[in-house]
Ligand binder design. Structure first.
Ligand SMILES: NC(=O)c1ccc[n+]([C@@H]2O[C@H](COP(=O)([O-])OP(=O)(O)OC[C@H]3O[C@@H](n4cnc5c(N)ncnc54)[C@H](O)[C@@H]3O)[C@@H](O)[C@H]2O)c1
Length: 362
């Protein structure tokens, strides 16, 4: 079925949005192993990137049917063989109209916007794109060092004309190499962060309900400390960092009881999604001195209002959902996706197919 994509001309439908240039999407698909016939293009959502976050949150926390997609898609999909989208939802009612669809691709990691079940019931493979794990991983290491060594804090004071060498955490300061970092969630990003930490000689502890130590060993991560005891990780780590996906089961997953199990001189980081953390509990934990400090790249409400309770605290480092936004991770992500598609077509690589276990690939 997938070999056919390279053999005969395929009608391609590309639906982009303000985050990814349509010419990049087109170039990536034309240069891929897919034998492109007619290529149709559509644009989804607001024209400006600045207006996108609200829609993004709605898509990530809702269902593919919740957001309107370009009306022309319902007509064009009838003759489409290959569909590539960025954030544009692919609801069941679109998949139902597709008579020849052989492949759905998205050049983002999450697939909340695609009705994967509907695609599976039609035996259509869905392929996503692991595009920004490195971008997030590097940012995370930066947050860890900044938070524990007061880089931004010192900069802000110096810029305001104040020379200060003692900070709220000076008495416990140590190098990252002498710290224990606990990662919760060992998917794409957790694994990349672990690899970078191990390379820096950091004692790295990990907890993931659904990942075995053996599978991590196969990924070359045998040197980390794997535990199935979350309380042990929370009570041991100097830095605890969350890397779970935001799904109904992880809604407000990290709570006050978790902060209560952390060391009082430990730091907490969330760069995954706002929905997985109880932010009121974090505010309480900071107010009660249950933890030393926190770094956050994601929030329960984005953008933050002027009265957001985590503002104006010296032990809190905030960034505006920046971890995954390097040029190579979003704007050029269609090329990363195209590389994966080529591997699927050429080498029969299947671990990039989201619903592989449920469909038949010839
Ligand atoms: N800040 C940013 O700019 C940015 C960029 C990209 C991704 N992210 C976020 O980073 C997070 C991780 O992304 P990913 O691609 O690694 O996701 P992933 O789906 O590959 O990994 C998530 C991991 O969490 C584990 N998990 C699920 N429930 C769990 C539980 N109850 N306890 C322990 N582990 C559990 C899963 O087994 C899986 O291994 C996501 O929330 C994603 O949205 C943030």
């Amino acid at each position: 079925m997938l070999n056919e994509l390279a053999l005969n001309p395929q009608n391609v439908l590309l639906i982009t949005d303000a985050n990814v240039d349509i010419e990049v999407m087109k170039d990536a698909v034309v240069k891929s192993k897919i034998n492109c016939g007619e290529i149709n293009t559509l644009f989804f959502g607001p024209a400006s990137k600045e207006d996108f976050p609200e829609l993004q949150l709605k898509i990530e926390t809702g269902h593919p049917e919740d957001v309107e997609i370009p009306e022309e898609a319902y007509e064009l999909i009838k003759d489409t063989d290959v569909l590539m989208v960025h954030f544009c939802p692919v609801p069941a009612k679109l998949i139902e109209k597709a008579e020849h669809l052989k492949l759905i691709m998205t050049n983002r990691g999450g697939v909340e916007h695609i009705d994967v079940e509907a695609a599976t019931s039609r035996n259509i493979p869905v392929v996503n794109c692991i595009r920004n794990a490195d971008s997030v991983g590097e940012f995370l290491i930066g947050l860890m060092i900044d938070l524990t060594r007061d880089i931004t804090l010192s900069n802000n004071l110096l810029q305001a004309g104040k020379w200060k060498r003692e900070y709220y955490n000076s008495s416990i300061q140590k190098t990252l190499g002498n710290s224990k970092v606990g990662l919760i969630g060992m998917g794409n990003i957790g694994c990349v962060v672990a690899k970078k930490l191990l390379a820096l000689g950091v004692h790295t502890m990990v907890y993931d309900e659904f990942v075995t130590y053996e599978s991590l060993v196969k990924k070359g991560l045998g040197d980390l400390e794997y535990t199935t005891d979350l309380d042990y990780l929370l009570g041991t780590a100097d830095i605890v960092s969350l890397h779970l996906r935001y799904v109904p089961a992880t809604e407000k997953w990290f709570k006050l009881e978790h902060f209560q199990k952390m060391r009082k001189d430990a730091y907490f980081i969330n760069s995954a999604r706002g929905g997985i953390l109880d932010y009121d509990a974090l505010v309480k934990a900071l107010d009660m001195g249950l933890i030393k400090g926190a770094a956050l790249d994601v929030f329960d409400k984005e953008p933050l209002g002027e009265d957001y309770p985590l503002l104006h605290r010296e032990n809190v480092l905030l960034t505006s959902h920046l971890a995954g936004t390097t040029l190579d991770s979003i704007a050029l992500s269609p090329y990363i996706l195209a590389r994966d598609i080529d591997e699927i077509i050429e080498k029969g690589v299947t671990d990039r197919i989201v619903n592989f276990k449920k469909i038949t690939i010839e």
